[in-house]
Design a protein around this ligand. Structure first.
Ligand code: ZN
Length: 273
């Protein structure tokens, strides 16, 4: 059983052939694809997809740049305008109703936006952390250039159930955070071409490694569209780096997934709670 804990199957790139993409993932052995929301429209779409496809597990969130949509302009990509407090209330409602599998993505970004947005980003991040703690859900974290600050905030709130997605900060900091806090790190499908991801895949405590794609982004072959089936290559790479069999690597990651997301041993991965 393979898992992709971070994907964006709501992206336009999948509009034409989503059923084929999901079928390929299932044929490759994936039994869980966590699809992450960015703003109200994708959160809503994810809930619809989860109702339609049992393999899809809905994570609801607000991307740190969307979190400040009312104060940023002139980004190199389009951004939807929406009312952030309403979006947070909407997420809380869905989580309270038992429809969310996880909270994400959420976090802090200092790559695309500047310091003038940091306080507002942190406010949204902390509200989402609050929902995760209130309903005991795991958090899927985006952080770019703000890794240390994101870790400080998570530690201050005593958050245990955390996955850092596509972590691009210093490896030493990640290894220390894993040891100290038991936080997980999901490694993308392009790890073979990235020294830092290879290092994490090899050196993180084996209990804290997960696989993800961030698809359609970060394909193993640059420029191609990524998709959940590509997590199989990351499991193979982990096995190579640790001198394990592929079975051992796959089982380790599946066990880690079940532990963090508290899913039962039944293959459709329904939440116990
Ligand atoms: Zn993402």
């Amino acid at each position: 059983m393979y898992v992709d804990v971070h994907s964006h199957l709501t992206h336009d790139d999948f509009a034409a052939d989503l059923p084929d993409v999901i079928a390929r993932a299932e044929k490759s052995g994936l039994t869980a694809i966590v699809v992450n929301g960015l703003e109200p429209a994708s959160n809503q779409r994810i809930l619809e997809l989860a109702a339609q496809y049992p393999v899809i597990k809905p994570a609801l969130g607000i991307y740190p740049i969307d979190a400040v949509n009312d104060i940023v302009d002139n980004l190199p990509f389009p951004i939807r305008k929406f009312h952030v407090p309403d979006a947070i209330a909407g997420i809380r409602r869905e989580v309270a109703a038992g429809r969310a599998f996880a909270i994400g993505e959420c976090g802090l970004d200092g790559y695309w936006v500047g310091e003038e947005t940091f306080a507002a980003q942190e406010k949204v991040f902390e509200e989402l952390i609050g929902i995760a703690l209130e309903f005991d859900k795991p958090l899927i974290i985006h952080t770019r250039k703000r890794e240390e600050r994101a870790m400080q905030i998570l530690a201050a709130h005593g958050v245990k159930r955390v996955d850092f997605h596509c972590y691009g900060g210093k490896s030493k900091l990640a290894l220390r955070a894993a040891e100290q806090h038991g936080w997980y790190f999901s490694i993308p499908a392009n790890a073979r071409n990235n020294e830092s991801f290879r290092k994490l895949l090899k050196e993180l405590p084996q209990d804290l490694v997960l696989t993800e794609t961030d698809c359609p982004y970060l394909a193993p072959v640059r420029g191609e569209r990524n998709e959940p089936a590509n997590v199989v290559g990351t499991v193979k790479l982990m096995a190579e780096l640790r001198n394990w069999s592929e079975d051992q690597a796959r089982e380790q990651i599946w066990t880690n997934y079940k532990r963090l997301f508290q899913v039962g041993s039944d293959p459709d991965g329904e939440a116990k709670a």
